[in-house]
Design a protein around this ligand. Structure first.
Ligand code: ADP
Length: 617
């Protein structure tokens, strides 16, 4: 708060009337008491001087004039006239007047000086308190010490961390330094004070609640004009939050490195204009290089498998030209001769300066590649096993299919012999019998071939296939089963079904599974029709659709989701693998296999196969 430092709080009018009243009082009292001129003049002077302490000079001058008139009128003979006995009264009144003016003048000057001094002091005080406010407002812990290094001031920020000047005064501040650092900090401070050099240190200080916070402590000496240190001023900046943030940051970097290592995925950056390539630790590890600040295209090409070098080189050239995102999989040939599969995906990033970078990820997919290959092999094994099982179930049909032509061969052979034995030998008929022998033998041989190829564990071999031909070839093997179960099998084969790019044996296996299931389903119903229909059709623009429809037991809608699961079977001797294997074969060819109820009864199994040449190759 600002203080009023003036005596002159009275207005000139008030000063004048108070003065007149005081003079009148003195005049009245003194004349009654019969006191003389000298005494009265002295008391008048006192009144005027006292009043001049609180008022203006001109009011004092006016009062002096009135006093002179009063003295003259009441106390200087002739009494009660203003006329003066010139020699005596003037000698007395003039010094009074002059004295009164000089004293009031002096008092006025002294007063003004005092006021100026007080004002200056007030200003200094105000400046000090403003400075104090400013120091308190600085977002740092400010302190000062005497030249000997003993603490004598702290700003208010210290209160925010629970510390007061009493906790720190003199050399007590060393008590709040973390014990691990106390000796070192004390030494450093002593050296700074002794040598007069700046102090800077990172230290932990204890708060009132017992916790510690990291501060950056800095201090500089203030010297007088002779260079003598008169004070030290210091600032401690609370950097706990920053330290914490950095530690978080460090932790998340560590997590990232660990995550990259676990996922075998490294990151990369590629600046097109400078050609610089940046790799994460994991990328260096995948490529099998020691870590260094940056990598080069040559380093990449050096590791790329020779057979993939053209692909990778081409991608790098293209990306530097058209600057489009890229995504490729290729192999690395490591110095120890091992092969790694990597998947690289990079996206273009334009920064505000117009510079273009690629930012990407590189995954080591060797193990998933190996797993996929192992899975494929396992599936092939499974497919083979189920095929062999199905063939086992088809033994009767197959035997029949082979026996029939063999029987034909025998009878045609006998006939041939008879025609030759007749007199004369009937050469023409014998020739026809021989031709029948050849035809039947070929038929038997074909069946055996087909069975052999189904039983063989042949690698996947895709060819352009006519779906109708494949259907007919397969149905031959089931003819006997159909007859045995008194089912009636018919076909509706479309003329416009396109060729499909598939493996013949696998496609036969699927058709065989579906037809065998249908035969079993119709044979499980007592009376009623036992119809089977296998039809083909064109599917969408360039695919085929194959449908196997039966009037069998039908499908339980609740089980519909499960019939394609491995080992799901409702048959006493079933394996539950037929549909699972069939679906994986069809999906591996880019198609779809599904089941639905038939009307009025039975089930419909359908699959599609795309004939998209590009996808197929
Ligand atoms: P499995 O024939 O050895 O049981 P599948 O995987 O071929 O194995 O068939 C699984 C199950 O699906 C069969 O047990 C049967 O319950 C059902 N299923 C398959 N085809 C048909 C069909 N045409 N009609 C009715 N149910 C069928």
């Amino acid at each position: 708060m600002k203080r009023e430092w003036t005596f002159g709080s009275w207005s000139p009018t008030a000063q004048f009337f108070v003065g007149v009243f005081a003079l009148a009082l003195v005049t009245f009292t003194f004349s009654r008491l019969g006191l003389g001129l000298a005494t009265t003049a002295f008391v008048y002077l006192m009144v005027i001087v006292l009043l001049s302490l609180t008022g203006r000079f001109f009011v004092s001058a006016l009062l002096s004039t009135i006093a002179v008139a009063g003295l003259n009128y009441f106390f200087a003979p002739p009494f009660f006239t203003l006329g003066a006995d010139l020699t005596r009264d003037i000698v007395l009144v003039i010094p009074f007047f002059v004295t009164s003016l000089i004293v009031t003048g002096l008092v006025g000057r002294a007063r003004r000086q005092t006021e100026a001094a007080l004002q200056a002091e007030a200003k200094t005080h105000e400046a000090e308190s403003e400075l104090r406010l400013a120091i308190d407002a600085i977002p740092a812990l400010v302190w000062s010490t005497l030249p000997d290094g003993s603490l004598d001031f702290i700003n208010r920020r210290w209160a925010e961390i629970g510390l007061t000047l009493d906790d720190l005064r003199g050399s007590q501040w060393t008590g709040i330094i973390h014990p691990d650092e106390r000796a070192r900090v004390t030494d450093m401070w002593r050296t700074a004070v002794e040598t007069g050099t700046a102090y800077e240190n990172l230290e932990r200080v204890r708060l009132r609640d017992g916790g510690y916070r990291w501060v950056l402590s800095r201090a500089l000496p203030l010297r007088d004009e002779l260079g003598k240190i008169i004070k030290w001023y210091g600032v401690d900046t609370d950097i706990e939050d920053r330290m914490r943030a950095e530690a978080a940051l460090r932790r998340s970097e560590a997590y990232l490195v660990e995550a990259q290592r676990l996922s075998k995925t490294g990151s990369l950056g590629w600046n097109i204009s400078s050609g610089e390539i940046f790799w994460s630790d994991e990328t260096f590890r995948i490529f099998g290089y020691e870590e260094m600040p940056s990598a080069t295209v040559d380093m990449v090409l050096q590791r790329v498998h020779p057979e993939d070098r053209a692909l990778v080189g081409g991608t790098i050239d293209r990306a530097s030209g058209d600057r489009k995102d890229f995504d490729l999989e290729h192999r690395l040939l490591m110095p120890d001769g091992s092969v790694k599969y990597v998947h690289v995906k990079a996206r273009r990033v334009d920064d505000e300066t117009g510079d273009i970078d690629f930012v990407g990820a590189l995954s080591d997919v060797t193990s998933s590649k190996e797993a996929a290959a192992a899975l494929q092999e396992a599936q092939a094994e499974l497919a083979h096993a189920t095929r062999v099982t199905t063939l086992g179930e088809l033994t009767a049909s197959i035997a029949h299919e082979v026996n029939q032509p063999l029987a034909g061969v025998v009878s045609s052979g006998n006939a041939c012999l008879r025609w030759l034995a007749s007199q004369p030998p009937n050469i023409e008929n014998a020739k026809q019998s021989a031709e029948r022998i050849i035809r039947d033998a070929n038929r038997a041989s074909e069946v055996i071939q087909r069975v052999r190829s189904l039983a063989k564990k042949a690698p996947l071999q895709k060819v352009w296939l006519d779906i109708n031909e494949t259907v007919l070839e397969t149905l031959v093997l089931t003819r006997m089963e159909v007859a045995q179960h008194r089912a009636s099998l018919s076909t509706e084969l479309s003329d416009d079904a396109p060729l499909v790019w598939t493996d013949r044996i696998q496609l036969q296996q699927v058709i065989l599974n579906l037809v065998m299931n249908a035969i079993e389903a119709v044979s499980a119903v007592g009376d009623g029709p036992r119809d089977l229909l296998v039809s083909t059709a064109k599917h969408e623009a360039d695919g085929v659709l194959l449908t196997v429809r039966d009037s069998g037991t039908g499908l339980d809608p609740e089980k519909l989701d499960h019939i394609f699961d491995a080992f799901y079977t409702t048959k006493r001797e079933g394996m539950g693998m037929g549909l699972a294997v069939s679906r994986s074969i069809i999906e591996a060819h880019g198609g779809r296999l599904w089941a639905s109820p038939n009307e009025p009864r039975g089930a419909v199994f359908q699959f599609t196969l795309p004939s998209n040449g590009e996808e197929a190759t």
